[in-house]
Design a protein around this ligand. Structure first.
Ligand code: NAD
Length: 438
């Protein structure tokens, strides 16, 4: 099938590459000419494991191309996917300006009926607005499908090609059949295709993200109580997660969630509730708890070095909002580092993949280092923000040699507190009893 994917970011590029890999001809369109030029030159603008190989293979096979020419892609494609960004707007709701621009451009370019598939995360009711916009500029039939994306950055290829489920929001069975056909290569093992109304599909995406975010915030509140009562949040997590009704995913306490999805999607769901005079009290609390974690983490460091923050050196590991991505959007690391820099700390930071994106965000609040151990030279403490695998089993002897103070603030609970104490580290983790260094 010939398809177009508008927006070549984390979602659009992965979707385009995977659809091409299963034999379709895909035109990936993006308004960012620099990004398109890079993609044409074989450079992948994001870090996503396995993506570059798939892109290379399909470009070579002539099934995948990149362009800024949206009308040309619309004219040659039977199905057009939209995967542009829907960032948070000023009122907390989703900013749909890119969606509406693209909808208008697609409508204007249509010279025959087309299936338009929304992969971007958009508030409930967007299907009506987008259909209206397109209908106002074309006489051809638009068959709209809401098809929210559930991939995780860092595991995007695996998630796209082996999805837990594919949600197809349409009232038209013929259109559902076309979209099912596109996903058939990825759903052969377990045919978890859920066809539902467009509004239900739109809400499913927000409800799923808010539920996952809620589990994280809930666990962080439990970790605060663990601190008060001397319980261990890791033990509590295992005790809870082994209940099959609860499950063990997304129950980790730490420095909180970030990224381009959870914060904005939780806020957008709350905004949808406000718009209907149906306050989403749980959802509002999820975000409030998460937001507060960053200042809480920074304050623990500030209190530890009280009266001595000016010029004190700190080393930091991790800028990305989670491991295996270079995405630093809404990353807790960025906010905590900024707060600490304001207090006069001199921070050096390392991230295996996110130094480019993170360095731009930090704008001088910290110095980026290529080597993870260089950030420890003369530092009074190490701060850990991201759970990259290489931070899980570091060279503790080298850490000891390089750090001026054997102090670690771990926002991911990566190490065993007893082991750290035995090695003589003053180890500050989240929701686990403090064991004084030996
Ligand atoms: P992104 O910022 O990485 O990519 C968006 C792309 O759209 C950019 O390359 C941008 O240049 C392009 N774009 C913007 N306006 C355009 C226009 N008018 N015409 C053509 N291209 C345009 O965003 P993303 O992370 O891929 O997210 C896209 C959507 O998918 C969002 O709604 C997001 O919430 C949702 N989503 C993201 C993820 C994720 O993990 N990143 C997962 C599921 C769903």
């Amino acid at each position: 099938m010939r398809i177009a994917v508008v927006g070549s970011g984390y979602v659009g590029l992965v979707a385009g590459a995977c659809f091409a890999d299963s034999g379709n001809h895909v035109s990936c369109v993006d308004s960012n000419a620099e990004k398109v030029a890079a993609l044409k030159a074989g450079k992948i603008p994001i870090y996503e494991p396995g993506l570059s190989e798939i892109v290379e293979r399909n470009v070579k096979a002539g099934r995948l191309d990149f362009s800024t020419d949206l009308p040309a892609a619309v004219k040659t494609s039977k199905v057009i996917f939209i995967g542009v960004g829907t960032p948070e707007g000023a009122d907390g709701g989703a900013d749909l300006s890119a969606i509406f621009t693209v909808a208008r451009q697609i409508g204007q370019a249509m010279d025959a009926p087309r299936i338009v598939v929304m992969k971007s995360t958009v508030p409930v009711g967007t299907h009506k607005k987008v259909t209206e916009i397109m209908a106002s500029v074309t006489e051809h039939r638009v068959q709209y499908v809401s098809n929210p994306e559930f991939l995780k950055e860092g595991a995007a290829i695996a998630d796209f090609t082996r999805p837990d489920r594919v949600v197809i929001g349409t009232d038209d069975p013929m259109v559902a059949t076309v979209i099912k056909e596109l996903y058939a290569p990825f759903t052969r093992r377990n045919e978890r295709i859920l066809v539902m109304s467009p509004a239900s599909a739109e809400l499913t995406k927000y409800a799923a993200n808010a539920m996952l975010a809620a589990r994280i915030s809930f666990m962080n509140e439990i970790s605060h109580l663990c601190d008060c009562y001397g319980a261990d949040v890791e033990q509590v997590r295992r005790g809870m997660g082994s209940d099959s009704r609860i499950g063990d995913a997304f129950l980790y306490a730490g420095v909180g969630y970030g990224g381009s999805c959870f914060p904005k999607d939780v806020n957008a769901l709350a905004a949808m509730g406000r718009a209907m005079d149906e306050p989403m009290r749980i959802v509002e609390a999820v975000e409030a708890v998460n937001r507060e974690l960053r200042a809480r983490f920074a304050n623990r460091v500030i209190q530890r070095f009280k009266g001595n923050t000016q010029g004190t050196k700190l080393g930091a590991w991790g800028l990305a909002f989670k491991a295996r991505t270079d995405d630093v959007r809404e990353s807790p690391a960025i906010e905590v580092i900024r707060l600490l820099a304001k207090e006069g700390f001199k921070i050096r930071v390392h991230d295996p993949e996110a130094m480019g994106t993170g360095g731009l965000e930090l704008k001088g609040s910290a110095e980026c280092c290529d080597d993870g151990y260089d950030v420890l030279d003369g530092a009074a403490a190490l701060l850990i923000f991201t759970d990259w695998p290489q931070f899980r089993t570091p060279d503790f002897d080298l850490m000891e040699q390089k750090l001026a103070g054997k102090v670690v603030f771990d926002g991911r609970n990566l190490y065993d507190p007893q082991m750290m104490a035995d090695r003589g580290f003053e180890y500050h983790c989240v929701g686990r009893p403090h064991i004084p260094p030996a």
